[in-house]
Design a protein around this ligand. Structure first.
Ligand code: OAD
Length: 238
């Protein structure tokens, strides 16, 4: 059985991490959509770093919730499994999902890398001043994908390899507004007109018209029940 799960900020909401487009997503009255850009970093790197440092702190203090745990359980139950997450936090990893089963397509907030040469440096990540690259002296930046930037081709390859392995029996998309076309594309291609495409989200999204089933509930409530039902065969396809 092949299962693809795609997650967004909503799965970490119940761990206390604000979503991007929710009411609590704003920081000091600033829209994350304008902070998470190369332009914002070029204009005011100190401000952008402060936002990321605060988010790092908040994530460190947070714990994985029942949605993360349920997805980990599913990854163990399913013989072929991939989690594609847009989340830059480490809550899926801390919930115990194997590294080989996760494509963190928007990067990792705990990585600090050089904006010029790409050198990574965990050591400088927590310094208060603006971090500089030890190799070339350029400004270091958070290792995340900003608006308007390309996705990491190695991560795309990971998703494409999984999709090339055959149609999925089940695709679950949860906690995301599915704003980016590639999210909808991967979900629809994964189900391949054959498997179920289940959306778990309290609200309607751009993906909703493509879903074969919708669970309009918070992920931490719905996913443990959904996975338990799959494990006992009450819901296809396990
Ligand atoms: P958004 O903030 O756009 O959307 C969060 C989604 O989670 C919404 O659809 C909510 O209805 C849903 N939601 C809220 N609470 C939930 C809960 N408890 N259970 C389930 N769903 C819940 O976040 P993303 O879709 O992840 O990218 O945003 C996608 C990308 O846009 C982010 O990765 C980031 C952002 O800008 C980059 O920075 C490149």
């Amino acid at each position: 059985m092949r299962i693809l799960v795609i997650t967004g900020a909503g799965v970490s909401a119940e761990s206390g991490i604000p979503t991007f487009r929710g009411q609590d997503g704003y920081w000091r009255n600033l829209d994350p959509a304008t902070l998470a850009t190369p332009e914002a970093f070029a204009r005011d790197p100190e401000l952008v770093w402060q936002w990321y440092r605060e988010r790092r702190e908040r994530i460190r203090a947070a714990e994985p919730n029942a949605a993360h745990q349920a997805i980990t359980r599913l990854s163990i139950l399913a013989p072929a499994f991939l989690l594609v997450t847009q989340n830059v936090d480490d809550l899926h990893a801390r919930a115990g999902i194997a590294k080989a089963n996760i494509a963190q397509i928007h990067g990792d907030i705990f990585v600090t890398r050089c904006s010029q040469c790409g050198e990574e440096d965990q050591e400088q990540a927590n310094k208060e001043e603006l971090p500089r690259c030890a190799a070339c002296g350029a400004m270091m930046r958070p290792g995340v994908v900003w608006f308007g930037e390309q996705l990491d081709s190695a991560k795309i390859d990971m998703v494409e390899r999984f999709l090339a392995g055959g149609p999925c029996d089940l695709v679950i998309v949860t906690g995301t507004t599915a704003t980016f076309g590639y999210i909808i594309d991967w979900a629809v291609r994964g189900a391949a007109g054959r498997g179920d495409l289940i959306e778990v989200n309290p609200e309607e999204t751009a993906l909703s018209p493509f879903a074969t089933k919708t669970w309009r509930e918070p992920a931490a409530a719905a996913l443990p029940r959904l996975v338990a039902a799959l494990a006992c065969g009450d819901v296809s396809p396990l």
